[in-house]
Design a protein around this ligand. Structure first.
Ligand SMILES: [Zn+2]
Ligand SMILES: [Zn+2]
Length: 370
């Protein structure tokens, strides 16, 4: 296979092209290389796939960023590695084609028999998304029938050529000067009929099953990203390939780690005295539960400290982002008399005027009385 071309070059747009420009450029390419316009042209199909792949990456903020940063490896690590054929392009973009072409072209090519794609959502904990994990899932899906291996025929029998259309799948009617060709109503275009259907699948060639699958969740996956499991969609009829299963990952929120790209933001609360005198306290860590962190004397509210390389792993094992510790200073509201006295003495020694407690109480009481 030839080396992959630059996606911006494929679409013919500049690196800073807007979403609208990208969409417009893709529409042009997709029209030019659309299989309906280039039947049986393998080179055109290759270009059609290439343009779809480029569009899929460049039109998606996250994939685009990964691509800009890491080239073709970037989106691959995010679980996207292109399309295998134009059928997959159609099933992936679905409604987008109707939108792009105003319904002028058909979406999915008919009669391929390929199984439909399935979509599901999977909730994972924040920790599992960071560390990567595996999840067992059960997918109700149609699978090629075990008994007849997809033929739809009972054991020992074979499909018969359709007598109505003589196996052509099409019937021709004459209407005046015109001949009209339609799909055979008896065999629905198959060209053959099953006389002795398989008892397991009633002749459909597929059966409903609950497939047990193991989903690999890559370390660093972000909320909303979609993983594709090839061949785990609905089974195709009569030996055609299965569709894909698309699993959208929903990452549970964790207030200790607010994600921004590959960095995380962590609020850390320390007291007024700890901020003034400095302290060593435990802060949440992505991998070690908690680690000790030293705050210098005179730490200010709102100050941000960066723990370099302690953020989220970049997909593909290219290091990690940073953790930002955001300091919140808690002012005590539960001081007892001795504590108030010592703070008052401190304020006096430093010449900082503070409220007179008696004057304050009098004011409050006076207000209440009136
Ligand atoms: Zn069967
Ligand atoms: Zn027929």
């Amino acid at each position: 296979m030839a080396a992959k071309r630059d996606y911006y070059e494929v679409l013919g747009v500049s690196k800073d092209a807007s979403a609208a420009e990208v969409k417009k450029a893709y529409r042009k390419k997709a029209l030019e290389f659309h299989p309906d316009r280039n039947p049986g042209d393998a080179a055109a199909e290759e270009s059609f796939k290439e343009a779809a792949e480029a569009f899929e990456v460049v039109s998606d903020d996250q994939k685009r960023q990964l691509y800009d940063q890491f080239g073709h490896e970037g989106p691959k690590q995010a679980g996207f590695s292109g399309f295998r054929g134009s059928d997959e392009v159609f099933s992936h973009f679905g409604d987008l084609f109707a939108d792009l072409f105003g319904g002028g072209f058909g979406g999915r090519r008919s009669d391929s028999g390929r199984g439909a794609d399935l979509r599901m959502r999977l909730e994972v904990s924040f920790a599992d998304a960071i560390n990567g994990s595996e999840r067992e899932i059960t997918v109700p899906r149609k699978q090629v029938c075990d008994t007849c291996t997809g033929t739809g025929c009972a054991e020992g029998s074979r499909p018969k050529s359709c007598g109505y259309c003589q196996g052509r799948g099409q019937v021709v009617h004459r209407q005046g000067f015109f001949t009209v060709q339609t799909t055979c109503p008896k065999c629905r275009g198959e060209g053959q009929t099953i006389t002795d259907p398989c008892r397991t699948c009633s002749g459909t060639g597929v059966q409903q099953v609950e497939s047990e699958l193991t989903i690999k969740i890559p370390a660093g996956v972000d909320h909303g990203q979609t993983l594709r499991v090839q061949g785990a969609g609905q089974g195709g009829t009569r030996g055609a390939p299965s569709g894909s299963l698309y699993v959208q990952i929903l990452v549970a929120e964790d207030e200790r780690f607010v994600r921004e790209e590959f960095d995380v933001h962590t609020p850390v609360e320390i007291t007024m005295l700890q901020a003034s005198l400095g302290c060593v306290i435990d802060v949440p860590d992505l991998f070690d539960e908690e680690v000790e962190y030293e705050f210098d004397p005179g730490t200010q509210p709102g100050e941000v400290f960066v723990r370099k390389g302690k953020g989220i792993p970049v997909l593909g094992g290219r290091g990690r982002g940073d953790q930002h510790l955001h300091v919140k200073v808690k002012i005590p509201t539960d001081l007892d008399s001795p504590a108030i006295e010592s703070l008052r003495a401190l304020a006096e020694a430093r010449g900082e005027p503070v409220a007179d407690p008696r004057g304050f109480f009098e004011k409050v009481l006076g207000r209440k009385r009136s």
